[in-house]
Structures are given as structure tokens and as C-alpha cells.
Design a binder for this molecule. Structure first.
Ligand SMILES: CC(C)(COP(=O)(O)OP(=O)(O)OC[C@H]1O[C@@H](n2cnc3c(N)ncnc32)[C@H](O)[C@@H]1OP(=O)(O)O)[C@@H](O)C(=O)NCCC(=O)NCCS
Length: 321
């Protein structure tokens, strides 16, 4: 086991995720490349800097460093990565703090206990004194490992995973007066971060991602401005958005995130921007797009269910509050 070196390891882990993505079947328990990019280049800087904070906010750098420092990385005797344990939300106040993510190699189930043990020590939420992990119902190896280690399944929480196969897609239709633009055509980060904040139901500008956070996202190795799609309203405001990510090695596309400004919902904008994105991904060579979301939008577009993830929690004694 080694500590993670951001300069050396970000792209090595990305390559590991591509290499192992389909090794466990579908739904795939390892992260896709979009989530790896998004966690480092958007979630972490956004958790550390919101609103109009100018320049390079120290909170964003702290959050990125915390995310990187918590990663555990396992290599074999020839120096190849065989496992990663990581978090997604480097902020002890966030409800996702304490969640364990494991990126595994199919030839090394023997590492599971060591990876879980590392994660329990390092990722534990000190307030609630617990860790938690989502496990696919079909992933019996991980399910048995967490059950043996004293995790309890919460029967009330399940995340349905869906996917769509990219053939015979309907054409996207935008309502009259609306148009589609990409960040390659108009790189207006201020309007873009406002749309992100509003789409995710944050009316207060102090809660929108900072310009720094959005610029960080644009620095992610797999981000492309021409894949950052925005629907523009007749009055010029940004109404809906969707970012496309493409794993050419596995011919899998991803949509992350998708959102519509509350003033423009239920007019078909998300459906149109998602369909536009699916066509674009198909043109790149993608054959399918998975989605871990309960939003009825995806069912309406034609995504079908491929499995459920269940919540398993391990508590370590009395909670501090
Ligand atoms: C989910 C979201 C993107 C939908 O955007 P939208 O532009 O309003 O969606 P559309 O108008 O294109 O909806 C297309 C279809 O999806 C379904 N749908 C969309 N929103 C729905 C809702 N709130 N309840 C039930 N069905 C819904 C409907 O079938 C709808 O067709 P209809 O209006 O003809 O019934 C938007 O509500 C949003 O931004 N929510 C917050 C962010 C989020 O949850 N993003 C998605 C997960 S990453």
C-alpha cells in the first residue's frame, strides 16, 4: 500500500478504472472515469469554495488536498495498481462524509479486507462514528466482506442504477426560441456556475460553485468544452445543462451533471439536452450510457434498470452527536 501522489497517480488511476471497468460485469462497482474526474476537479474545489470568492480560494485547495491525502493505493510487486480506496466529499460537515468507495482489481479479492480496514480507519465520520458503503445486490464478494466486518444493511435505502443503449434514439426537440450552445462557443463561467447553482436548487448566489471551482472542472483531463452543453432561453439566460464524458476504452458515455433551472422545468429542456448529448456520445463511438439516479427523467427518455445498490453501515460505538 502507498500514499497517493497526485502528479503521478491521477492518470494512472484513470487508466486502472478503464482497464477494470467491465471486469465485474454490469452494473460496474468501480467508478467510471467521469466520477474520478468530477470528484477531484469539481466536487472537492466546490465544497471548499462557493459564491464570489475571488482568486484561488484556500478552502478549495484544502479540500482538494484532503481528498488526495485520504486516498489509499495498492500496487503489486511490479508496481501496477491493484486497488484504490477513496472518498468523494472531503468535508466533515457533508452528509456524504464517511462513505467508502473501493476501486478493485478482479484478481485481488484478497485485498478487500485490507482496503476496508484502511477505509474504516481513515474515512470514519467522527461526528456519527461510522462509515458506510453502497453495495450492488449482485456483488456477493463485497457484500460478504462487509457483512463479516460488522456492517448492517439498511433495508430502507436502495439506489436504482439504469442505463441506455445508444441505438434508435429519437431526435432532440427544443421548444421554439430555445437554442443549444456549448462552452466551446461561449465560455461564460459566471452564467454557467449560476445555472449549476440554480439547477441544483440553490437560490442564494453564496451557495453557487465559485469561478475557481468551475475553472478547475474545466481543467479535468477528460473535460471538453464542446461537451459542456447549455440550453439558452429566448431571453439569453442559461436554462438547462448537461456535461458529456467519454471512456473510449470501454465505449461508455456518461452524463454528469444534468440540470434545468427551476424557472424552465417541465418544458422538455432536460430531455432535449440529454438526447442531444446521447447522439453526440453515439457519434464518438459510445454504445451505452449508465446512470445512477432515481430521476423519472431518465425513465422517460428510455433508460432501463440494471440493478440496485444497497446501503451498508458500520458504527463504531457511541455517536458524538
Ligand atoms: C430532473 C430535471 C433535470 C428535469 O428537468 P426538466 O427540464 O424539467 O425535464 P423535462 O421537462 O425535459 O422532462 C422530461 C420528462 O421527464 C419526466 N420528468 C421530469 N421531471 C419530472 C418530475 N419532477 N417529476 C416527474 N417526472 C418528471 C417527465 O416524464 C417529463 O415529461 P413530461 O413533462 O412530458 O411529463 C430537473 O428537475 C432538475 O434540474 N432537477 C434538479 C437536478 C437533478 O435532479 N438532476 C438530475 C439528476 S443528476
Amino acid at each position: 500500500m502507498k500514499s497517493y501522489d497526485p502528479d503521478r497517480d491521477f492518470l494512472r488511476v484513470r487508466a486502472f478504472l478503464v482497464q477494470t471497468h467491465l471486469a465485474f460485469g454490469t452494473p460496474a462497482p468501480n467508478w467510471g472515469i467521469e466520477r474520478w474526474n468530477y470528484a477531484r476537479y469539481f466536487v472537492a474545489p466546490m465544497l471548499g469554495s462557493t459564491g464570489t470568492e475571488p482568486g484561488t480560494p484556500p478552502g478549495a485547495l484544502r479540500a482538494i488536498r484532503m481528498w488526495e491525502e485520504m486516498i489509499g493505493l495498492w500496487e503489486n510487486e511490479t508496481g501496477q495498481i491493484v486497488g484504490i480506496a477513496n472518498i468523494e466529499h472531503p468535508d466533515p460537515e457533508h452528509r456524504g462524509f464517511g462513505e467508502i468507495f473501493l476501486q478493485r482489481h478482479p484478481d485481488h479479492p484478497d485485498l478487500l479486507d485490507e482496503m476496508l480496514s484502511y477505509a474504516e480507519d481513515r474515512f470514519r465520520d467522527p461526528g456519527k462514528n461510522r462509515v458506510f458503503i453502497f453495495v450492488y445486490e449482485t456483488d456477493t464478494v463485497l457484500r460478504d466482506a462487509v457483512a463479516r466486518r460488522g456492517y448492517r444493511k439498511d433495508p430502507a435505502v436502495a439506489i436504482p442504477n439504469t442505463e441506455i443503449t445508444l441505438h434508435a434514439l429519437p431526435a432532440p426537440v427544443l421548444p421554439s426560441g430555445f437554442s443549444l450552445r456549448t462552452m466551446a462557443e461561449e465560455d461564460d463561467v459566471d452564467r454557467r456556475r449560476e445555472l449549476f447553482g440554480r439547477a441544483f436548487n440553490h437560490p442564494d448566489p453564496a451557495d453557487w460553485p465559485s469561478s475557481f471551482a468551475y475553472r478547475e472542472l474545466q481543467r479535468a483531463p477528460d473535460y471538453r468544452r464542446e461537451h459542456d452543453l447549455v440550453v439558452v432561453a429566448p431571453d439569453g439566460s442559461y436554462a438547462a445543462c448537461c456535461i458529456l464524458w467519454y471512456d473510449a476504452g470501454n465505449r461508455i458515455g456518461y452524463l454528469e451533471p444534468v440540470g434545468t433551472h427551476p424557472d424552465f422545468r417541465r418544458r422538455g429542456l432536460a430531455r432535449a439536452v440529454v438526447l442531444h448529448g446521447l447522439h453526440k456520445l453515439a457519434d464518438l463511438g459510445a454504445v451505452r450510457v449508465p446512470m445512477a439516479s432515481t430521476a423519472p427523467l431518465y425513465e422517460a427518455i428510455g433508460f432501463h434498470k440494471i440493478g440496485d445498490e444497497h446501503l451498508w453501515i458500520k458504527t463504531f460505538g457511541p455517536s458524538a452527536g
